[in-house]
Write a protein that binds this ligand. Structure first.
Ligand code: GTP
Ligand code: SPV
Ligand code: MN
Length: 589
């Protein structure tokens, strides 16, 4: 039964039902009773399993096909009428061609199945930042995950009935046939179609598809920005809170930085960190000329392996209730979950992510998939900031770009100004991770960590960044970090995690104009002694290596940036000029 009086919505849902031919249509109002009943359906069909309800109340286990464990960038397409509007970094298909091709796949794909219609909001309903979507799906996993990751409920339905515009999202798991998997975006129609996948990033269409790919396209048109950025709040007793955004590619540390626990030494000085977002920021210029950010999501879809009570206790505690675990290992003795480096006690009587018997202490294969994940409500996070729930933007002092780089990139440096910061973001590169299908550990250019998520031509995206800078009287300062530089023995030299606060505090001191910096060819680096390393076991020699700018490495970097830039027909002159300057300064080293 529809609760919707908006005829446009009803017509669209009817049309999609005529295409996919489900046996029943269920409208999701987000009520606990409804979600509970749907969950029971998933337990009956074994689409999902219930975990130990004493240890992990409300938690479920979910497994995807081994061919469907990550985002699929090759099968993700941007369908604009003109190819050049998608740009050289996106896969492009003509919209009509894609509708025809996928229309055939969707035809009857929900036969004998229930079709769920999920009205949802990205951002707090009623705020300036809110965008509404409706996802149609035949997957209960999608229904329960969207109820965690987005805002689903009567107020969204009321907004639709009051005539709100919405993004049309259609998903069917169909046969999860990887040969016919497509995640297609039609920015000009405010439409997303996804078929033949059941993995989060490909099917929770509010996240990367709406909040970033469609979002970035809308942002360009409407004068705001959708970015792959965490948001964190840093407070010191007696001082104004500061807010920082950070863009790192997938599986490069956003969730961890967003939830960081300050080292004891800083806690004693009255420092406190809280979380606003761990993956996506929507940014607008405020009347005071500053940049304001919100997290449009309502939950965390986080990487499980590597998460433990030492590296990220806040994430561990967030996942203790109401969480869906995907492709992790199971402990069959007490029906709980396990993943690599969760603790030192892998279950002996376990099951790996594929469902095979698994004896952790003796196993020679991994228990959890490297891209196994938790889907947890943000409200569970012990350090969630109040600003998260109001949905009002927070003023950003610093934007941090970062990648996973064994070599070349120093621990931290500052851009000389906004445009130089845009250059640094555009020139970013990072080693690929298990978050997307394909080879892992290959360095690739990933501007602003948005390579897989920009819904339009990236040359125009860079221009948009430059234009936004011109509109701000007090823009955030821009920085670049690398927590992942290794030594001769391939060991990380920087302790990372909570100790990353040390780099952030240096940045905030720079924002406040409290300290000077040293000019390097890359930007402004900390002066000796300004990065507080008290209590760390870091020799001067290692610190020096963390900051070294090696001529040969950077000659290769410059060449790599040039090669990446060559993909574009034209780029903002601010960027090509900055690259020429960098090249000259490296040559002079
Ligand atoms: P997405 O959800 O894919 O966007 O990833 P993310 O950017 O949120 O990455 P996340 O914080 O989940 O970290 C990914 C992996 O990097 C995990 O295995 C972490 O343990 C590891 N990691 C995060 N921060 C650090 C760090 O400071 N140092 C080191 N060495 N590893 C880190
Ligand atoms: C990422 O890959 O950047 C993620 C996970 O945050 S996904 O939702 O799959 O995109
Ligand atoms: Mn991400």
């Amino acid at each position: 039964m529809t609760m919707i009086t908006n005829q446009f919505v009803n017509d669209w849902v009817k049309e999609m039902a005529e295409l996919t031919k489900p046996e029943e249509i269920i409208w999701i109002d987000g009520s606990e009773e409804q979600l509970e009943a749907i969950k029971q359906d998933a337990l009956t069909t074994k689409e999902m399993l219930e975990l130990n309800q004493e240890k992990l109340p409300g938690c479920l286990y979910y497994r995807t096909k081994p061919t469907d464990v990550a985002r699929d960038e090759k099968r993700t397409v941007i369908c604009t009428r003109r190819k050049e509007d998608a740009g050289p970094t996106n896969n492009w298909v003509d919209p009509q061609e894609m509708y025809d091709k996928m229309g055939k796949l969707f035809d009857g794909s929900m036969k004998g199945r229930k079709m769920y219609v999920i009205p949802f909001s990205m951002g707090v309903v009623g705020t300036e930042f809110s965008k509404i979507g409706i996802e149609i799906t035949d997957s209960i996993y999608v229904v329960l995950s969207m109820a965690i990751m987005t805002r689903v409920g009567r107020d969204v339905i009321d907004a639709l009935n009051a005539g709100a515009d919405f993004t049309k999202c259609l998903h069917s798991k169909a046969d999860i046939n990887e040969q016919e998997k497509y995640i297609a975006h039609f920015p000009e129609d405010n439409t997303i179609w996804s078929i033949n996948s059941a993995y989060g990033g490909n099917v929770l269409l509010g996240k990367k598809c709406l909040a970033l790919r469609i979002g970035s396209y809308l942002g360009k048109q409407e004068g705001w920005m959708a970015e792959h950025m965490l948001i964190l709040k840093v407070e010191k007793e007696g001082e104004e809170p500061k807010y920082v955004c950070g863009a790192f590619p997938s599986a490069c540390g956003k969730t961890n930085l967003a939830m960081l626990t300050p080292p004891e030494y800083f806690k004693e000085q009255g420092y406190k960190v809280s979380t606003i977002g761990d993956d996506i920021s929507w940014l607008r210029i405020g009347e005071d000329g500053r940049l304001y950010a919100v997290n449009p999501e309502n939950g965390f879809f986080g990487v499980a392996p590597g998460t433990n009570m030492k590296s990220n206790p806040n994430a561990m505690l967030t996942t203790m209730k109401g969480t869906i675990f995907t492709n992790v290992a199971r402990n069959l003795d007490d029906n709980t979950v396990w993943w690599e480096s969760m603790d030192k006690n892998p279950p002996a009587n376990g099951e790996d992510w594929l469902g095979n018997p698994w004896n952790g202490p003796e196993a020679d294969v991994k228990g959890a998939h490297p891209n196994s994940r938790f889907t947890a409500p943000a409200a569970n996070c012990p350090i969630i900031a109040d600003e998260f729930s109001t949905g009002e933007g927070v003023p950003i002092s610093a934007i941090i770009f970062g990648g996973r780089r064994a070599k070349a990139e120093p621990l931290v440096y500052q851009a000389k100004d906004w445009n130089h910061g845009v250059f640094i973001g555009s020139a970013m590169a990072s080693e690929t991770t298990a978050a997307a299908n394909g080879q892992v550990g290959v360095v690739r250019h990933d501007p602003m960590a948005m390579l897989p998520f920009c819904g339009y031509n990236m040359a125009e995206y860079f221009q948009h960044w430059i234009d936004m800078g011109k509109k701000m009287t007090n823009p955030p300062k821009i920085f670049h970090v690398n927590w992942f530089r290794t030594d001769e023995n391939d060991q990380f030299m920087w302790p990372g995690f909570g100790d990353n606060l040390r780099a952030i505090l240096w940045m905030l001191d720079r924002c406040d104009g409290k300290i000077d910096a040293e000019e390097t060819p890359l930007g402004l680096a900390p002066k000796k002694g300004d990065l507080d390393v008290t209590g760390l076991d870091l020799s001067d020699e290692v610190l020096e290596k963390l900051f070294a700018v090696n001529k040969a490495d950077w000659e290769a970097e410059v060449e790599g940036i040039q090669e990446f830039y060559d993909k574009f027909d034209s780029l903002p002159v601010e960027l090509t000029d900055a690259l020429a300057t960098l090249k000259a300064e490296i040559e002079a080293l």
